[in-house]
Ligand binder design. Structure first.
Ligand SMILES: Cc1ncc(COP(=O)(O)O)c(C=O)c1O
Length: 382
């Protein structure tokens, strides 16, 4: 049944963005982006060496309050490197959440490991510490100082919680549990640039955190990612293996291990620097937009998802929670046929062909959310 408020919503969004066709998210270049990119071209240092890459690493370390930052070509490669350095070996398992973007699980697979799934919390949309603890206590045993999944017989080599849509999960509790079991945490903070939990930036709670600067993120370098960490040794290794593991030398090409060509090009860093200068402004506008949406949805009795307790969210993607999958699908059909781009939350990872054979401990809340959560236009508007 077509609800009256669908029409109201379409009118509201088009009026908000002053457009007849509204995308889910679009990048905005209103600062020094062109200046820096042109400067980068003039310098000829457009590739993997250059001052903009070093500068953006320094600026991101400062902003996130992490000791080190290593830029990569995208968030997925950053996750890959971070997981390998955290010690994720082939034939092990990595605990993550079923409600995430596929890159989280793909990066686990690149290490030869398999994801195992614990549930998410309804209020944070991120990994549930309760489900994590229950899994580790009930389904795992300590064997030869290793935590082993009793069902599969595989070692648990890492935990990857994700900060969904920029809302932070209960990361301090997750890290605490992980420490009890001596398992490293790699935070997938790809969506959480500019988000804070208990006044600390997302991504700096675990051993390493990963950011993404894909074109759909709050700030973009076209494609790009970063690893943030306080661990000097890991930071040095991350830079080393993401730059083909080449030993520094004026002319000699000597590589001391299998590395990756994952270093962010200088030209992308130049673009990102221009974007980073406006991050605070973008977060402010997005938080205002979320307030406007909240008022609109409160008035019609629809559940608009707000930042969880203790979080200061970047509101990267705004989301609402509908009553059922049926209503969700009707709403998606109506809005997308009427010039307003909306989309459902991801199909759960444990339903995708390549991950459905992986062990799922709990996924009830994730399934509930999968049926109901819809993202609505969230681009920064002036
Ligand atoms: C949760 C999550 N993890 C990882 C990634 C991967 O980032 P990228 O697209 O930069 O590879 C993204 C975004 O694209 C994401 O949303």
């Amino acid at each position: 049944m077509m609800e009256d408020w669908y029409f109201e919503f379409i009118k509201f969004v088009k009026n908000l963005y002053k457009k007849d066709s509204v995308a889910l998210h679009e990048p905005l270049f209103i600062g020094n982006e062109k200046k820096y990119v042109l400067d980068c071209i003039d310098s000829t240092f457009v590739s993997s060496v250059g001052q903009y890459v070093n500068l953006i690493e320094k600026k991101l370390s400062e902003y996130t309050n992490s000791e080190y930052c290593i830029m990569t070509v995208n968030g997925t490669s950053a996750l890959h490197v971070a997981l390998s350095l955290a010690g994720v070996m082939p034939d092990t398992e990595v605990i993550t959440q079923p409600l995430t973007f596929v890159a989280t699980c793909n990066a686990i697979s690149y290490c030869g490991a398999k994801p195992v799934f614990v549930d998410v919390d309804e209020d944070t949309l991120g990994m549930s510490p309760k489900s994590l603890k229950k899994f580790l206590k009930e389904n795992c045993k300590i064997y030869d100082k290793k935590v082993v999944n009793k069902i599969t017989g595989k070692e648990i080599s890492a935990i990857v919680p994700m900060h969904t849509f920029g809302h932070t999960c209960r990361i301090d509790e997750i890290v605490q549990i992980a420490m009890e079991f001596n398992i490293p945490v790699v935070e997938d903070a790809a969506e959480a640039m500019g988000s804070f939990y208990k006044n600390k930036h997302a991504g700096i709670f675990g051993l390493m955190g990963v950011l993404s600067f894909n074109g759909n993120k709050i700030i973009t370098s076209g494609g790009g990612g970063a690893i943030i960490t306080d661990n000097q040794e890991l930071a040095q290794k991350a830079k080393h293996i993401s730059t083909t593991a080449k030993l520094p030398h004026k002319w000699e090409y000597y590589h001391d291990e299998i590395g990756y060509n994952y270093r962010m090009p200088n030209i992308n860093a130049a673009l990102l620097l221009g974007q980073l200068e406006n991050l605070e402004k973008f977060v402010k506008i997005k938080r205002e937009l979320a307030k406007t949406y909240k008022n609109f949805f409160d008035a019609i009795g629809i559940n608009f998802i707000t930042e969880p307790i203790n979080a200061k969210s970047n509101y990267w993607l705004n989301a609402i929670m509908l009553d059922s999958r049926k209503e969700r699908d009707e709403f998606l059909e109506f809005t997308n046929s009427n010039g307003v781009n909306t989309r459902p939350v991801w199909v759960l990872m444990n339903k995708l062909p390549m991950y459905k054979g992986c062990y799922t401990f709990e996924s009830k809340t994730a399934e509930y959310l999968e049926d109901r959560v819809v993202n609505i236009p969230s681009g920064v508007m002036l």
